[in-house]
Structure formats: C-alpha cells, structure tokens
Design a protein around this ligand. Structure first.
Ligand code: ADP
Length: 589
C-alpha cells in the first residue's frame, strides 16, 4: 500500500493548486505546439501552392514577346512607323495573337520607347501612342535584350508584370515587344482563402496582397537612392510608399518566423521566387491557436479541479466511513468489554454476598454459642443430677418419686431438643419460595433464642401482634433470623442504660405488614446512621460485633420482596422496621 505523506492543510491546498497549474500549463503547451504545428504545416503547404501559381502565371507568357520576331508585319512597321494601314494590320495581328495567348496586353514599341502598335488599340487605356521610355523594362530590353518589370499601367492604372524583348533583325535591335500579365486574378484568390499573403518585389515593396491597404508599402523604409529610382520608373504610381510596421520576433534563419505586422502577431513563412528578387509571404494569425490553447488549459484546469474535488470527496467519504466503522467497532468492543466486566463483577458480587450471608450465619452462630452453651449446660446439669437421684430413689424403691423424676427428665430433653431445633433452623439454607408464615411463631422462636441474654441483662421485652393470627409471605427461618438480629442489637443498645425495654409490634398496612422493633437505648450513632446497612459497619468492639447483622437482614428482607429500614425515635431510642407482603391470616389457633 502506498502511504501518502501527511501534509498540513495549506500545503495540501498549495500542492493541489500547483498540480492544477501544472496540468493547465502542460495542456496549454501541448495544445499550442499542436496548433502551431498544424498551422505551420498548412502554411507551408499554402506557400508552396501560392509560389507555384505565381511562378506559373509569370512564366506563362515568357515566350510571347520573342514570338513577334517571326512576324514580318511587325518588323516592317519599325521601318515605316507612319504607315497607318500597316499599323492597323499589326494591331489586328497583335489582337489575334493575344486573343489566343490571354495576356492582359501585348504591344510593340520603337527604339525611342513609343508604343506604336497594341493588341487593344481600339480600347480605352491602350498604351498606343504613349512614350514609355522611362519604364525600366524598355531600357533593360535595349540594354540586355529583355526586361521584366512590375508596375501599375501608365494608362490603365492596373498592376501588371511586364516582359519585354528587343526584336532584332540583321544583328540590330529594331523595336521592343512587350507583354503585360495581369495579376488581379492571383490576388482575388488570396482574398478568398484564410490568412494573409504578401508578394514583395525587388524593392521590398508589397505589390500583391490579400489586404488592399498594404499594397505598395515597403516592409522596411526605403533608402533615398531607391526612392529616386522608383520615382523615375514609377512602378507604384503615386503611392506614398509609407513603410509597414513589420517586425520579426524570431531570428531570420528560423522558418516559419514570428512576426508582428501592423500591430498583430503572425506566423510567417516566406519563399523567394525563382525569377528574381521577389518574395511570397504567407501570414497566419496565431490568435485562434493561442485562444484554443488557452481554452485547453482552462478545460484541463477545470477538469483537474473537478477530478481533485471528486477525489477529495471520495477520500473524505471513505475516511468518514472508515472512522464510523472504527468507532462502531470500538463501541462494540467497549460494550462487549463492559458486559464481560459487568458479568464478572456481578458474579463476584454474588459470590461475595453469598459468602457474607454464610459468614454472617457463622458469626451469629459464634455469638450464639456462648448463650447456647449456657442454655444447654443448665438442663444437662439438671439432667445429670436427676439421673443420679433417680438411681438412688430406685434402690430405695420409691417408685412414685422415680416416675416424677423421669417426667422431669423428659421435659428437660424436650427443652434440649427445642434448642437444637433452633440451631438446625439457623444453618438451614432457604430453597422453598416464601410461604405464609405466622409472625407470632417466628417472633416466639426468636425470643426463645435471645431469652438467655434478655434474662441476663434484665431486659423487658413486650410483643404486640395485631391481629395475633397475622401472617406474612416469608421463609420462617429467615424471618426469625432477621428478628434475632434486631433483638440482639436492641439488647446490646439498652444495656448501656438503666431503662432496658424492648417493644416489638406488628400490624397491617394495606397489602403489607409492618414489624417494628423499638428500644429504649441511646439510639443509632450519627456516624453509623448513613452506612447502617453496609456490611462491617459496627460501633462495637472487635470480636463483639462483626457489622454484618443489619446488612444481612436487609438482604433477607429484600430477598423476601420486602424491606428493612432503621432510624432514631424522636423520644430517644432506635426503631427498626421490617416490611413484608401480607399473607392470608392463619386459622385461629
Ligand atoms: P453489629 O451488631 O455486629 O455491630 P449490625 O449490623 O447488627 O452489626 O449493627 C451495626 C451497628 O448499628 C451497630 O454496631 C450499632 O452501632 C448500630 N445499631 C444497630 N442496632 C442498634 C440499636 N438498636 N440502637 C443503636 N445502635 C444500633
């Protein structure tokens, strides 16, 4: 698994922004490169086509002027330029030739540069009769045999390319044949296609262009010498020749070039034409490509942002789900742990309570054993004496006394049996559900168990059960156990004073029965009172009190579905109250 290093929030935001920017920049670059490459490819192709077409047009009529060399009428006209009939013949001849050739103009000049015959002699704007000696193509033809020249027509004003040829006869020049090639068609095509096209001549002046406002404007300012030459030849008519704002941004060796023309940026490809110092320039506006690249960058940025946000959202969602699952698992674990804990604690508590009940019983037994020993010793001693005495009486044959002694012995045995029954009852573990139990009988049994202490400390016990047949739902031994505990505590309490009275009363309270044990003792100590029913709460000396009696009694009361409470009486002394469910009254004894 790949671990993403943890970054602080600003860093993450910065990283995200950087990522989006990088993506945008990358897309921009790719789109721009791609767009420019396509643009340049198209441009190169266009340049090729345009150059071929221009060259084709220019080369098409190269043959035409020299052809006139073979026309006898033309050559004759140079000898008799004043011959009107001959001129007409030549004019018609030229017209015929040109009709087939298709040039814009075809005419002949004498050696002085005067146009003496023309194909369009009857048309307005014909050069016929015009002195064209100032045109460079005339001079070049006379000097070198042929000439070529671009310029506006002197009479027509239409731009054209002039090809001239000095017609020789017998080794001497006789006149000059000139053909003018119209270039308007070429230009028309350029305007129809996208992008801009420039054709510059040897002066660096734009002679043909897709944008009429650029025509006859040089790419760079012209030198004074050049301007003088131009003034003589007047190829551009009266054009002011203000230089265009042309700047090349990339190096001259680079092709295509980045240029600025009249404040606008273009990709420019150029090519020199075969026949001379003419150049074709093809210019393409980069704006569209650049805009496309910007759009691509924008789309990439937006896409990147959307993707990032979507990723972030998905990640957040996952994190939330993971956290929720983690929390759930933790909660479940905690819950399970708690339940296990609770179960363990409950088991422990149960075990502890059971132990305490048992311990309480053992303690009560221990406490009782002294009283019991006393209780048992007395009758046993009496029985011993009676038995001895009976033996003597039997020897003397005193049958009546023997019977009386035996009767007394039976009584004593009965008493012993009663005591042991109580003991058995005490160690008995309850199993049966609470059954109707006589309050009077339970109290009598309890009283019997503490009788020795009562007697020993001279304590008066008064009991009052209303009605005497009152029954409660309880296990008899357990009710007895509670009462014994309360009576023992009461006895312990009253022995502190001179007034030693205990009052036990039981009465009906609706569906319940209240059994109260009041005493004339000093009352429950203030520091004991709040924890009265807690185990091991005792004010008694070690060995005397275990502090288990009340807590066990309360436990028993609760187990029987009732309660045990204790407090002090306003007139002094303590009151403990057992509340239990009432059972139907016992049949009257
Ligand atoms: P123990 O009797 O072994 O001390 P108990 O749980 O029976 O344990 O009693 C706890 C304490 O409650 C006693 O030590 C005593 O301080 C107080 N107490 C119980 N009954 C009375 C009473 N009738 N009068 C005053 N104090 C009492």
């Amino acid at each position: 698994m790949i671990r993403v290093p943890r970054l602080s929030l600003p860093f993450r935001v910065l990283a995200a922004v950087a990522l989006v920017c990088a993506l945008a920049a990358f897309s921009h670059r790719i789109a721009l490169d791609n767009g420019l490459r396509k643009l340049r490819d198209a441009e190169r192709h266009r340049l090729e086509l345009i150059s071929l077409r221009v060259q084709g047009v220019l080369a098409r009529f190269e043959y035409l002027p020299s052809l006139l060399e073979t026309a006898p009428d033309v050559m004759a006209l140079f000898d008799t330029p004043a011959d009107d009939r001959l001129r007409d013949t030549v004019n018609r001849y030229l017209h015929g030739v040109n009709s087939t050739a298709g040039a814009e103009m075809l005419y002949v000049l004498d050696l002085e540069g005067l146009a003496i015959a023309a194909a369009d002699a009857d048309q307005p704007g014909t050069p016929l009769g015009t002195d064209l000696s100032f045109r460079p193509y005339v001079r070049d033809a006379l000097r070198t045999g042929h000439g070529r020249f671009f310029g506006l027509g002197v009479t027509s004003g239409r731009p054209g390319y002039y090809l001239s040829y000095a017609l020789p006869r017998d080794g001497a020049q006789r006149g000059i044949a000139t053909v003018k090639i119209g270039l308007a068609d070429i230009e028309r095509d350029w305007k129809q296609n996208g992008g801009e096209v420039l054709l510059t001549d040897e002066n660096g002046v734009v002679i043909l262009t897709s944008r009429p406002e650029w025509r006859f404007r040089p790419l760079r300012p012209l030198s004074a010498a050049r301007l003088r030459d131009i003034g003589e030849a007047r190829p551009y008519g009266d054009a002011p020749l203000a230089a265009l704002d042309w700047r090349e941004l990339s190096g001259p060796a680079q092709e295509p070039r980045e240029v600025v023309l009249e404040g606008k940026r273009y990709v420019a490809s150029s090519r020199a034409l075969e026949h001379g110092d003419w150049h074709v320039y093809v210019l393409d506006d980069e704006t569209a490509v650049r805009n496309q690249a910007l759009s691509a960058a924008l789309i990439a940025a937006l896409g990147g942002t959307v993707l990032l946000l979507a990723g972030l959202l998905a990640w957040q969602r996952q994190r939330t789900i993971r956290a929720r699952l983690r929390n759930q698992a933790a909660l479940q674990a905690a819950h399970a742990e708690l339940e296990r804990d609770m179960a363990a604690r409950t088991a422990e508590l149960r075990a502890a309570r059971d132990e305490l009940v048992q311990a309480g019983k053992m303690a009560a037994l221990g406490q009782m054993s002294a009283g019991l020993a006393h209780e048992l010793n007395q009758p046993l001693a009496a029985m011993h004496a009676l038995a001895d005495n009976t033996v003597v009486l039997m020897e003397h044959g005193r049958e009546t006394d023997v019977r009386s002694n035996l009767q007394r012995l039976t009584q004593l045995v009965d008493r012993l049996a009663r005591i042991t029954r109580q003991l058995k009852v005490f160690s008995h573990k309850p199993s049966a559900p609470p059954a109707p139990t006589s309050v009077a009988r339970a109290l009598a049994n309890a009283e019997f168990l503490v009788a020795a202490s009562l007697r020993q400390h001279g304590v008066t016990l008064r009991t009052e059960i209303d009605p005497p047949v009152l029954q409660v739902l309880a296990d008899e031994t357990r009710l007895e156990q509670m009462l014994v505990n309360l009576l023992r505590n009461a006895i312990d309490a009253v022995t502190h004073g001179i007034d030693r009275r205990i009052h036990v009363c039981a009465h009906i309270d609706g569906e319940r029965v209240r059994i109260r044990v009041d005493d004339s003792g000093p009352g429950i100590r203030a520091d004991i009172l709040p924890r009265l029913f807690e185990p091991f709460t005792t004010s008694k000396q070690a060995g005397v009190g275990l502090g288990l009696g009340l807590s066990l009694s309360a436990h028993i009361a609760r187990e029987l579905g009732g309660s045990l409470s204790g407090g002090n009486l306003p007139g002094g002394g303590a009151r403990f109250e057992i509340v239990l469910a009432r059972a139907p009254d016992a049949p009257t004894p």
